[in-house]
Design a protein around this ligand. Structure first.
Ligand code: 13P
Ligand code: SF4
Length: 398
């Protein structure tokens, strides 16, 4: 009797899967590349002391920024914490610091480099800390989209508004074409500004790369209808849209999303309301429109923190944003009698934010303290000039 041979499976590990496992590199991606050098072991009991000593040795030469989604082990060493808008402003306001160590993701470090002086060096402790949403809009795809808009005869009416969560190339495209950057804290103000740049009834916005923030702001905060929005899919010819559809739209939304906030669903909202009577549902505007529509409150990470600070004792909250922040807030407000839970039932960290851990921070700080500049994030001059224009338009918004 012969036995059938099991065919050899031709399964190749994808670069993304390997990157998420902490191995391999993808230099073309926002998720970046592997770090050079020897990292301290995560089990080294002296890591906290080593980080403290290196930071003390560097003194005022170093300024450590920490995004709200960073791990506790890293956040404890941040000189300031904040959302991406606050951190961009904080970086710009520290001209005396020679090194800005950015505990966040790649696009944030690029923005800090653009907004700081040429002799300040921005360091990202792990170069693989990118953002999957930022990767969803490449410079080539966006240039092609502009050709499609030109072909359809609408490009002259279009003002680009790009979310902070985008590469420096996309920010430069935005600056070059008369647009502005926005964050989740100021998206409405940015859209108001954009519609004032031309005849309000004919002006259109190309919103990059997060379709959800664009749609939620347009519909929830600006009174537009879902029919005013179309979605441009960079993987389809002409974005999957006809010239007619482009001409009729007010908001042209790029087909990008956050893989973390995209996981929350209407079911998560209904489920938590059934489990915790009287719960307030508070979500980030990167969540899908149906989730935002079903929530009680919607806002950026800074908004979420302020809402919980102002909440009365005994109140109950389900939060739809990244888990490091939600856990920290739950611990912080528990002694005040505020019950805070994560909106989803499954664990949901931002895997790339989590790449910045204590061993990487210790390695970066110790290298700087020994005079070795590592993992510098530097945007080239031409990109920087146009990207800065777009970022400064954002910082000047009323
Ligand atoms: P904010 O920091 O603007 O709230 O954005 C959240 C986020 O996803 C950052 O990557
Ligand atoms: Fe990017 Fe989402 Fe992670 Fe923010 S939370 S860095 S948008 S993947």
């Amino acid at each position: 009797m012969t036995t059938a041979q099991t065919p050899e499976l031709d399964v190749q590990p994808t670069p993304l899967a390997l990157l998420l496992l902490g191995r391999e590199a993808d230099p073309k991606s926002e998720r970046g590349v592997e770090c050079p050098g020897d990292l301290p072991s995560p089990s080294d009991p002296d890591l906290v002391e080593r980080a403290r000593a290196a930071k003390e040795k560097l003194g005022d030469k170093v300024f450590v920024l920490g995004h709200h989604y960073q791990r506790d082990e890293v956040i404890q060493f941040a000189d300031v914490t904040g959302d991406s808008f606050k951190l961009a402003r904080d970086a710009a306001a520290r001209p005396e610091a020679e090194y800005i160590v950015f505990c966040g993701v790649h696009f944030m470090a690029e923005s800090a480099d653009i907004l700081t002086s040429a002799d300040q060096k921005v360091v990202l402790p792990d170069l693989a800390a990118g953002c999957s949403m930022a990767d969803m809009a490449t410079a080539e795809q966006v240039a092609e989209c502009w050709d499609v808009l030109t072909e359809a005869g609408v490009a002259e009416q279009v003002v680009p508004v790009s979310y902070m969560n985008s590469s420096a190339d996309i920010k430069a495209f935005t600056g070059k074409h008369g647009g502005t950057i926005c964050t989740s804290s100021n998206a409405k103000r940015a859209l108001d500004w954009a519609f004032e740049q031309g005849e309000p009834s004919t002006t259109k916005v190309l919103f990059l790369p997060d379709q959800h923030l664009g749609r939620n702001t347009a519909v929830r905060d600006m009174g537009m209808s879902l029919d005013d929005c179309v979605v441009y899919n960079p993987h389809k010819p002409n974005g999957g849209l006809t010239a007619e559809q482009l001409r009729a739209a007010r908001m042209i939304l790029w087909r990008g999303h956050c893989s973390v906030h995209g996981r929350f669903s209407l079911d998560s909202v209904n489920d938590v309301r059934a489990r915790i009577p009287g719960v307030n549902v508070l979500v980030h505007p990167e969540c899908k429109h149906e989730v935002v529509a079903a929530a009680d409150y919607v806002g950026s990470t800074e908004y979420i923190i302020k809402a919980l600070e102002a909440a009365p004792a005994g109140s109950k909250w389900a939060i739809g944003t990244e888990l490091n922040l939600v856990r920290r807030l739950a611990n912080r407000f528990a002694p005040e009698g505020k019950e805070i839970v994560f909106l989803d039932k499954t664990v949901c960290f931002c895997s790339t934010m989590n790449r910045i851990d204590l061993p990487h921070l210790v390695w970066a700080l110790e290298s700087l303290a020994e005079g070795n500049l590592v993992n510098r994030i530097e945007v080239d001059q031409e990109t920087e000039a146009f990207a800065k224009l777009a970022l400064e338009r954002m910082l000047a918004l009323p």
